[in-house]
Design a protein around this ligand. Structure first.
Ligand code: BTN
Length: 259
């Protein structure tokens, strides 16, 4: 595991990671960051761990990673955002990670709605955004990010849908360098979210997403919506053209239907 000194050495960020908590083992970096945020932690505070005993994913799932295999961290964000814009922070996190991974590996990174990043069509990174509001404005958000760097033990059916960065790049990746690059990219994009200007971030996210113009299936618990993915709503929902008309979905598991 890298130490706090290792991370801070050469880290040139202004806000993201200036305050950083480093753990060998923790229950979940998101849980810890939420506790810190509720106690008033600074904007940009980061919690990073080598191993999580209760790593959490979207839709109530767990997020498992063996020690030393991944980058597992959460960032406390406190931009003054209207409720309608808070969900767009996922795109901020996704674009930051995509840029950093591309810079490190030179491999093209794809975004998948709502919270995944893919290499060669397989997921290597998931984002869990947990927002807390004060009336109709954001009080704080915790952006939890997990990247499979060397992680290769994908059980059962996941083997066909998940990958790690080193699996795709074909070489051992420097986790510390990549982590610093991600914090750097978040820091560079931060002024845009702080001024509630999401246009460029959302445009870049859209240009990295291959599902527009394709038939998709969105699973939401028991419900299934099918249609053609045509765009993003101002809040970051996925707009679908279905047989019944146009509809927007805000959560769920998307698969592109082979044509
Ligand atoms: C998903 O794809 O379901 C989102 C996964 C998010 C996992 C990360 S790992 C670091 C942070 N701490 C957690 O408990 N979860 C997020």
């Amino acid at each position: 595991m890298f130490s706090k000194d290792d991370i801070l050495r050469d880290l040139a960020t202004k806000k993201i990671g200036r305050k950083i908590y480093v753990f060998e083992t923790i229950d979940s970096t998101n849980l810890c960051a939420k506790t810190l945020a509720r106690a008033g932690a600074d904007d940009g505070t980061v919690v990073v761990a080598d191993y999580q005993t209760s790593g959490r994913g979207r839709l109530g799932r767990s997020w498992d990673a063996t020690p030393g295999s991944s980058i597992l961290f959460s960032t406390v964000l406190r931009p003054h955002l209207r409720e309608a814009h808070a969900g767009l922070l996922t795109f901020f996190a996704a674009v930051s990670v995509a840029r950093a991974v591309e810079e490190q590996t030179r491999l093209p990174v794809e975004c998948k709605w709502p919270n995944d990043l893919l290499l060669n069509g397989k997921k290597f990174c998931g984002i869990l955004l947990e927002n807390s509001f004060n009336g109709s404005t954001l009080d704080h958000s915790v952006a939890g990010i997990g990247l499979n760097v060397e992680h290769n033990a994908f059980p059962g059916e996941l083997r066909h849908r998940a990958t790690s960065i080193s699996n795709e790049s074909g070489r051992k990746e420097d986790r510390l360098q990549l982590f610093r690059r991600i914090l750097d990219q978040m820091d560079q994009l931060y002024p845009e979210i702080a001024s509630e200007s999401f246009e460029r971030i959302v445009d870049e996210w859209r240009s990295r997403c291959g599902m527009f113009g394709h038939a998709v299936k969105v699973l939401q618990n028991e419900k299934k919506v099918e249609g053609s993915a045509v765009g993003l709503s101002p809040e970051g929902g996925l707009i679908l053209k279905t047989a019944e008309g146009t509809t927007t979905v805000y959560a769920g598991e998307v698969t592109v239907v082979p044509e």
